[in-house]
Design a protein around this ligand. Structure first.
Ligand SMILES: NC(=O)C1=CN([C@@H]2O[C@H](COP(=O)(O)OP(=O)(O)OC[C@H]3O[C@@H](n4cnc5c(N)ncnc54)[C@H](OP(=O)(O)O)[C@@H]3O)[C@@H](O)[C@H]2O)C=CC1
Ligand SMILES: O=C(O)CCC(=O)C(=O)O
Ligand SMILES: [Mg+2]
Length: 743
């Protein structure tokens, strides 16, 4: 075996996964040390990213390195091995809350200038905007996405089916999307015949040329798209849908992804807020403007900004807001107990998680009275909304899916090198005045142009040729390795996808596809085809663009497994390294609340366990490290044991939680290492650990459970205090002692 030390980089992120890491890292290090694998941390939490942007405001002790940028560079190297946990893609409310907390902790960073006037304020805002929305994933995902439910996980779900709401043919739940004026209907696309630099500008009706983006460097073969969403059409759509929901007495809900589509979707969300609360916004428009109310941050922005007003004025506004509910449909709730609606904050309802939850619940969402009801799920962009309607149609006809018998839908997703929507963040603009929006080469040739009006959202997306080739290759590899049909979900009527289809057809010829079943279908057909197979217990790989990668890898796992936390989520980096993501879901804010209030962490670290196994296996293969290979294999066995013995965390306080589940993983892993005979050294080492853990099982489990039920202090939400966190997350002295001494 090579004696070279290998490194796995373990990211520190936010919220529940960060809490879980505080307990899990010491365990990991105890297991990897004998295989000469060093596990190093890299803090890419939203708090760390903010601090890294403002070294000039911090004392020397407070300064932190820009880990994200360093990791971004490492993703280009073949040796890189990163485990990436879910992180906050901050909506503005989350960003400002994090800033406030850091200021409170003594970091002298500036306030977020919501309405920057001076050059200095504009510069501060530009720095903060680097921490907004999806700003980690597009940097690290230098490869395409391979997400699937491992066999043991699928088997567990079949043997222990989660609850599923019943679908009725009489359900009135449906999806509403725009039929014109959205990105889909305006999209133009082209393939770059050669590399060149372009700019994005607006030639206004009054004859000015406003440069919106000075330079975008494009490569030969790159697909670029220009598209816009019409503000007029969007507002008319909302008016009609709100009225329709009111007349037909069905609940209204809005589903966007304001975090990942960090420029366009907050605007899309804000228009819904302004239209739903139209009379109040009309009456108090001037005052709201003065106060700096930003509807793109949801109704919570109104409540926040009016807090300083005299109580009589405040009450008047609140009454006017409430009055809007009288002539409007009922709104779906995020938290009915607290009166928090679907329009409260743009990061409360994130489409990839919210739509599957609704479909799993039989097409229902919570009403203000705490009851589940049918809903009009409004998703303005028609591009992908239709897949959900297709699934709803299917459920109405066939009833709910059965986790015991249903097949599986792994995904191969295009996302490398800021593909598609990931690359649109700095190329999305709210148009200030009517004119022609253009993508122009620096020598003046117009490549794409469209007429836009004030308030329209115009954007450019791009996808480079190399990621497309890699994506096709990954699809063929997965189809071959799993002997499963693969379907490219591509719509020939969408200009961007028509170009993709041409490339896919061409690049498929580079591979031996004999005996493989690989097809290309529009999204709705692909959904229908996949569902016809799923109810027959058959698996189908979905090969999709970036948005559907995101949507489908929550949708199918939530239906199949009850959660997307149990997904294996691998990003084979294009230059040979590996990015191993954990699960396919987010960072579960409500889990933190439960920990702080009741000292119970329901977060399931199964995603981390699965990611760790493939990450260690990667070390084993690339570094020719047989001990690592054994560690990976036995970790997989341990994960299987954990599922079989039902040692996953429970959601109920007092029962086994994340920490207990991690203890069992350690026990089963040590036992599996003790049982193997390939490596005597590892066997001897872990036999002792396995015995100690087993002998103390009862004591450890009791130490982990006795602390539950009381509130705890972790010293911060976005930047917890390390000592306090360690105390809370590692409450078993016995376990700590055994893990510490075994290293
Ligand atoms: N890869 C990434 O970095 C991603 C980051 N995010 C970020 O995460 C945050 C929250 O996003 P949201 O859309 O609310 O989605 P989440 O996936 O965080 O939450 C939805 C629900 O899913 C369940 N869940 C998710 N993961 C786990 C797990 N490991 N163990 C147990 N239950 C789990 C929980 O439901 P319950 O408790 O009811 O069982 C949770 O409340 C946002 O800030 C978002 O930007 C979102 C997606 C991906
Ligand atoms: O990048 C993000 O903001 C979210 C990513 C996500 O939801 C996913 O990868 O599933
Ligand atoms: Mg997602």
């Amino acid at each position: 075996m090579s004696k070279e030390k290998s490194t796995i980089i373990y990211t520190l992120t936010d919220e529940a996964p960060y809490l879980a890491t505080a307990a899990f890292l010491p365990i990991i290090r105890t297991f990897t040390a004998p295989a000469d694998i060093e596990v190093v941390e890299s803090d890419i939490s939203v708090a760390a990213r903010i601090l890294a942007e403002f070294p000039d405001c911090l004392s020397d002790e407070q300064k932190v390195p820009n880990n994200l940028s360093a990791l971004g560079k490492l993703t280009l190297l073949p040796d890189t091995n990163i485990i990436k946990l879910p992180n906050i893609s901050a909506a503005l409310g989350q960003l400002t809350a994090a800033i406030k907390e850091l200021q409170f902790q003594g970091y002298k960073i500036p306030n977020y200038p919501e309405n920057p006037q001076t050059e200095e304020e504009k510069a501060i805002r530009a720095r903060y905007s680097k921490c907004l929305g999806s700003s980690v994933n597009p940097v690290l995902r230098e490869g395409n996405s391979d997400r699937r439910a491992p066999a043991a996980v699928k088997r567990y779900a079949r043997n222990n089916p989660h609850s599923m709401g019943k679908w009725s043919q009489a359900s009135r739940t449906h999806v509403s999307h725009m039929h014109g004026g959205d990105f889909y209907s305006s999209e133009k696309s082209m393939v770059m015949p050669q590399a060149c630099d372009v700019r994005m500008d607006l030639v206004t009706k009054s004859g000015k040329t406003v440069v919106l983006k000075e330079k975008v460097s494009l490569l030969e073969g790159e697909i670029i798209d220009s598209m816009f969403m019409s503000k007029k059409a969007l507002c008319k759509f909302y008016e009609d849908e709100i009225q329709d929901a009111y007349e037909t007495r069905v609940m209204f809900s809005l589903h966007v992804k304001a975090t990942m589509m960090k420029v366009s979707h907050p605007i899309v969300f804000g228009h819904a807020v302004k239209i739903f609360y139209k009379t109040a916004f009309e009456k108090h428009g001037e005052l709201f403007k003065q106060l700096g109310v930003n509807p793109n941050n949801g109704l919570s922005s109104v409540y926040e900004k009016i807090a300083t007003l005299p109580s009589s004025k405040r009450e008047e506004i609140i009454n006017d807001l409430h009055a809007c509910h009288e002539h409007n449909p009922e709104l779906a709730m995020v938290d009915s107990a607290k009166g928090i609606t679907n329009l409260h904050s743009p990061n409360d309802v994130i489409v990839d998680a919210s739509m599957p939850a609704m479909i799993r619940a039989g097409g229902k969402m919570w009403g203000a009275d705490g009851r589940l009801k049918d809903t009009k799920a409004v998703m303005p962009e028609s591009t992908f909304a239709r897949i959900y309607q297709e699934m709803i149609n299917f459920c109405k006809t066939h009833g709910n899916f059965d986790p015991v018998t249903m097949g599986s839908v792994p995904n191969v997703g295009l996302m490398a090198q800021q593909a598609e929507e990931y690359g649109s963040h700095d190329k999305t603009f709210e148009i200030a005045e009517p004119g022609v929006a253009r993508v122009v080469t620096l020598d003046g040739t117009v490549l794409l142009e469209q007429n836009v009006e004030e308030g329209d959202i115009w954007r450019m997306c791009q996808v480079k040729d190399a990621p497309i080739r890699d994506w096709v290759k990954l699809a063929v590899t997965r189809a071959r390795q799993s002997n499963t049909p693969a379907v490219f979900w591509l719509d020939e009527y969408r200009p961007h996808e028509a170009e993709l289809i041409k490339k896919v057809t061409r690049y498929l010829k580079d591979h031996d596809t004999t005996g493989l079943d690989i097809q290309i279908m529009s999204q709705t057909r692909a959904m229908r085809y996949t569902l016809e197979r799923i109810i027959r217990g058959k698996d189908t790989i979905s090969v999709t663009g970036n948005i559907l990668r995101d949507y489908l890898t929550d949708l199918f796992p939530i239906l199949e497994l009850g959660t997307s936390a149990k997904m294996l989520s691998v990003v084979p980096l294009m230059n040979g390294g590996g990015l191993f993501e954990t699960g396919a879901g987010g960072s579960a804010p409500k889990h933190v609340k439960q920990l702080v209030e009741e000292n119970h962490l329901r977060w399931d670290s199964l995603g981390e366990f699965l990611a760790l196994a493939v990450s260690i296996e990667d070390v084993g293969i690339k570094k020719n490290n047989p001990k690592a290979k054994i560690l990976a294999k036995t970790l997989d066995e341990a994960t299987g044991q954990l599922l079989e013995n039902r040692k996953s965390p429970s959601s109920r306080t007092g029962e086994l939680d994340n920490r207990g589940s991690q203890f069992y993983l350690a026990l089963y892993w040590a036992q599996a290492l003790a049982a193997q005979t390939e490596d005597k050294e590892l066997q001897a080492h872990f036999t002792k650990l396995a015995k100690q853990l087993k002998d103390n099982e009862e004591k450890i489990v009791s130490e982990l459970s006795v602390v539950q039920g009381k509130s705890v202090d972790i010293g911060g939400y976005y930047k917890p205090d390390l000592k306090k966190l360690e105390q809370v997350m590692r409450p078993s002295a016995t376990l700590n002692e055994i893990i510490g001494s075994a290293k």
